[in-house]
Design a protein around this ligand. Sequence first.
Ligand code: FES
Ligand code: FES
Length: 159
Amino acid sequence: MVRINLTVDGSSVSDDVEPRMLLVHYLREKLGKTGTVVGCDTSNCGACTVHLDGTSVKSCNVLAVQADGADVATVEGLATDGRLHPVQEAFRECHGLQCGFCTPGMIMQSIALLEENPDPTEDEIRQGLEGNLCRCTGYHNIVKAVQRAAATSPAGAAQ
Ligand code: FES
Ligand code: FES
């Protein structure tokens, strides 16, 4: 076992973990953060996307021990004071989800995308989300949601 100390959604946590434990399993099984989901076993789907020190990562592709000392943000930490994050709100308004399984990862990746490029073109949005798969929507409304977030809350969309 290895001791790790990190911040997850603003809270400090400290745990002993197996060196082989994946970050996504740590989040879900040790911290109960089941909003971050596992959609594949090939690092393809992006459903497990979180932010690690401000950078989006597929948390099934990162060991929990690699997050030692880091600041991890998951979809569960986005809403503040009962209010959805602007990107969550845009997904809701634009019906950017159907079954919702891809949505946590899509939202985390969209936020990272908007942090890098606050006014992306449609092509840039599609490229920025190409590591996140959706089986339901055909992506159209997801792209619209990111455009909406960029247009309606340009300063706040990435926060
Ligand atoms: Fe599919 Fe991580 S669970 S990429
Ligand atoms: Fe079902 Fe994207 S909404 S996988």
